[in-house]
Design a protein around this ligand. Structure first.
Ligand SMILES: *Cc1c(COP(=O)(O)O)cnc(C)c1O
Length: 364
């Protein structure tokens, strides 16, 4: 059996007719950028997440760096972020000239909130929380710290569409929630896309202007902005997918549950979910001291896995200028050596799931 780590074609096939109609209608409408579909998607997405506003942008990375730009966080400022994240989280900070202050993760792969306070200096302006792999971080405590020290709170929800903490969705705890609609995400478009969500009208208004060359009114430009617009075809497709997102999430949960009850191998540590938190299981990430051999063994059995992520940002070439060394963040570095993401995707058959479980249980 051949099993890919992700299969975008399966979900497409389940709802093919709706997607095709949405694209054709958009093509025939004659409006391709910032039209009816973007406006409607923004409303529908804000409503789904439980925020007042959503603004479509061109990618998750754009959502992040524009979020920091709107808040005026840049040169001379510091932002606290977990060390074990996708590098885009960190780039969102550094594109603006701000400095990341890395914090080690907890056992749930999220920011260890006990470690935030001791990092705060007079230059610290914000905390960027990443709801990694689809699980909401410990938001009550993080919100409290941000209030206490008067820090902005930005949430990277690129992997966590619909994840909840205490019944409230990721993206609604802080000043700004940043989403990606990259195709492999749970709410993935058919190309690039992203959004910011917020309850604050000033932020909504500024991002709307900023994403379109800094203009509210055509050819009258208030600030040096960006071209970062969600396009109509992606918005039309996202409107369709949003209607199926609860089913998509549910399917991911069923698969994760099968793995968690079916996988029994002493060499493997299974992922867990924090009390009061939910996961939308964007990834199902196991840990194994013998990870590379396990990945190779699964590959031989036809099962593709992925490592999210092999190089932590502080050790990546891009951030060599921050002068971190191996050993700076031991937990993060250990995770980078041990994590392995198993196949999880909408439309994954029971046979496929059982095959993955069987092969992992046979690993010695
Ligand atoms: C995917 C991702 C991003 C970036 O999103 P793009 O749309 O690819 O730019 C940012 N942060 C995290 C945690 C991600 O997984």
């Amino acid at each position: 059996m051949e099993i890919m780590q992700n299969r975008l074609d399966r979900e497409f096939q389940e709802n093919q007719q709706q997607y095709e109609e949405a694209v054709l209608q958009t093509l025939r409408s004659g409006y391709y950028v910032l039209g009816e579909n973007v406006t409607s998607f923004e409303k529908e997405f804000a409503q789904y997440i439980g925020s007042k506003y959503a603004v479509g942008v061109a990618s998750g990375l754009d959502a992040l760096w524009i979020a920091f730009r709107v808040l005026g966080i840049g040169v001379g400022d510091e932002v606290i972020v977990q060390a074990n994240t996708y590098i885009a989280s960190v780039m969102g900070i550094t594109i603006n000239g701000a400095v990341p202050l890395f914090v080690e993760p907890d056992a749930f792969f999220n920011l260890n909130s006990d470690l935030i306070e001791k990092e705060i200096t007079s230059k610290t302006k914000a905390v960027l929380v990443v709801h990694l792999y689809g699980q909401a971080a410990q938001m009550d405590y993080i919100v409290e710290i941000c209030r206490k020290y008067n820090l902005y709170l930005i949430e990277d929800c690129a992997q966590a569409h619909g994840a909840e903490y205490n019944g409230k969705m990721a993206g609604t705890f802080g000043d700004i929630g940043c989403f990606s609609f990259y195709p492999s995400k749970n709410l993935g478009a058919f190309g690039d896309g992203g959004a910011i969500v917020t309850d604050k009208k000033e932020i909504n208004d500024f991002v709307r202007m900023f994403r379109n060359y800094g203009s509210d009114k055509k050819y009258y430009n208030k600030v040096v902005g960006a071209n970062s617009r969600l396009d109509e075809i992606q918005a039309a497709m996202l409107r369709v997918k949003l209607q199926h997102l609860d089913i998509i999430t549910q399917e991911h949960r069923v698969i994760a549950n099968r793995y968690s009850t079916g996988i029994k191998n002493r060499k493997i540590i299974l992922p867990e979910v924090r009390e009061n938190a939910t996961s939308v299981w964007h990834q199902y990430v196991i840990r194994c001291g013998d990870r590379d051999r396990l990945a190779e063994y699964l590959e031989q059995a036809g099962i593709r896995t992925t490592i999210h992520y092999p190089v932590p940002p502080h050790l990546s070439e891009a951030y060599s200028y921050l002068n971190y060394k191996k050993g700076s963040f031991p937990i993060t570095e250990q995770y980078a050596k041990e994590v392995l993401s198993l196949p999880v995707y909408t439309g994954m058959t029971e046979d496929e799931q059982n095959y993955v479980i069987q092969k992992i249980n046979e690993f010695i």
